[in-house]
Design a protein around this ligand. Structure first.
Ligand code: ARG
Length: 326
C-alpha cells in the first residue's frame, strides 16, 4: 500500500531565468528524514537466560536455549549495533529473572522536554518478570535518570515498554495482552505526551513491537492482523507510507527489528519485505538471534532505545492525552 506523499515543488530555478527557458530536471522525491532516535540502546547480557515458564505462545520449557549459542548470538547483536554506529549500554542479568534479556520491557526511557532523563518503569503483567523492575530502577539511578511508575509490585495498571513506540509525534501504545488500557492515561500524563492506544488481539503478537516497527519519519512496518480493525486502521492512518506485513510475514519476527539510521538489523526478512526496504534505500542486515526466539522475543525485544525525546520524537502535550480508535 502506498499513499500519495506531499511533494513540495520548489520552483525557484525560474527566478531570473532569461526568457523563462530554464527546464527543471525531474527530481527524485526527497527521502523522508531518518528517525532521530535509535542510536543508543540498553541491552542485558544473557547470563541466566532460560525458558522456565510459559507466558507467550512461543515458550516451551522443553526447548531450552543453548548457552553457548545464546552468548555468541547476543555478542553478534551487540557487534551489529555498534557496527551500525549505535552506542550500547549493558546491564547484567539477574539470576532470578530468566526473561530479563528482553531489555525492551524494562521500562520506557525518555528525555523530558526540560532535559530531565527519565525512566517510566514497566509494571509487568506476569509476576515472573516483576523482579526485573528493581534492577531497571537501579540502572536508571546509576545513569542519572529519575524513575516513575504507573503501577508496581502487582498493584495498579500493567505497562510493558515493548508496547510503546514513538511515531509521528505520538506514543503508539499497544494494550490488551500485556499493557492494560487503564495504563494509557497514566503513561500520557507521566510523559506529557499524546498516547495513541491500539488494541492488540493476536496472541502471537502480544507486544506492539511484534506487529509494528517505525522505519523513518514517514514509514513503518505494520501488521494489521495484530490489532482489532479500528486500531489497524488508526495505525495505517498514522503512518504515511506503511510497509504492510501479512500475519505470516510478521510471525517471522521481522517487525521485531531495530533501525539505526538507514540500517535495519533484522532477525529475518521475507523477500517482499526486503525488496520494499531496499527500494526505500534501507540496508538490511540479518542478525541471527534464534536462541532468543525460544523465549518469544527477537532483536527489538533484546534492545531498548535510550534516546527518545519529548518535544522532538513525541509532541509535548502538557498533562498528556489519549486517543483511542473508535
Ligand atoms: N518471554 C518474554 C515475555 O513473554 C518475551 C518478551 C519479548 N519482548 C518484547 N518486547 N516483545 O515477556
Amino acid at each position: 500500500m502506498r499513499k500519495e506523499s506531499a511533494i513540495e515543488v520548489i520552483d525557484g530555478a525560474h527566478d531570473g531565468a532569461v526568457g523563462g527557458s530554464a527546464v527543471l530536471a525531474p527530481h527524485p522525491e526527497a527521502a523522508p528524514a531518518e528517525l532521530p532516535w535509535g542510536r543508543e540502546y540498553l541491552t542485558v547480557s544473557p547470563d541466566h537466560f532460560r525458558v522456565e515458564y510459559v507466558i507467550n505462545p512461543f515458550m516451551d520449557p522443553a526447548t531450552q536455549p543453548d548457552p553457548e549459542r545464546t552468548r555468541e548470538q547476543w555478542h553478534g547483536l551487540v557487534a551489529a549495533l555498534r557496527g551500525a554506529g549505535a552506542r550500547v549500554d549493558v546491564l547484567r542479568q539477574r539470576l532470578d529473572s530468566p526473561d530479563m534479556v528482553y531489555a525492551m520491557n524494562l521500562g520506557l526511557p525518555v528525555t523530558r522536554a526540560d532535559g530531565e532523563r527519565h525512566l517510566l518503569a514497566s509494571h509487568m503483567r506476569y509476576p515472573q518478570r516483576r523482579n526485573e523492575t528493581a534492577s531497571a530502577v537501579v540502572w536508571a539511578a546509576d545513569r542519572g535518570r529519575t524513575t516513575s511508575y504507573v503501577g508496581r509490585d502487582g498493584v495498579g495498571a500493567h505497562f510493558e515498554a515493548g508496547d510503546a513506540f514513538a511515531f509521528g509525534g505520538v506514543l503508539v501504545t499497544g494494550f490488551g495482552p500485556r499493557t492494560e488500557e487503564a495504563a494509557l492515561p497514566l503513561v500520557a500524563a507521566d510523559l506529557d505526551a499524546r498516547v495513541l492506544g491500539v488494541r492488540i488481539t493476536h496472541p502471537g503478537m502480544y507486544h506492539l513491537d511484534l506487529g509494528f516497527c517505525p522505519l523513518d519519519e514517514r514509514r513503518a512496518m505494520v501488521c494489521p492482523a495484530a490489532f482489532d480493525d479500528a486500531s489497524a486502521r488508526a495505525l495505517l492512518d498514522l503512518v504515511p507510507d506503511p510497509l504492510v506485513l501479512s500475519e505470516e510475514e510478521a510471525l517471522t519476527f521481522c517487525a521485531n527489528s531495530v533501525v539505526v539510521g538507514k540500517r535495519v538489523l533484522m532477525p529475518a526478512c521475507p523477500p517482499r519485505v526486503r525488496a520494499q526496504l531496499e527500494e526505500w534505500g534501507f540496508e538490511v542486515v540479518l542478525v541471527d538471534v534464534s536462541e532468543f526466539h525460544k523465549g518469544g522475543g527477537s532483536i527489538r525485544c533484546l534492545t531498548n532505545p535510550l534516546d527518545v525525546q519529548v518535544g522532538r520524537d513525541l509532541d509535548l502535550v502538557p498533562g498528556g492525552d489519549v486517543v483511542l480508535p473508535a
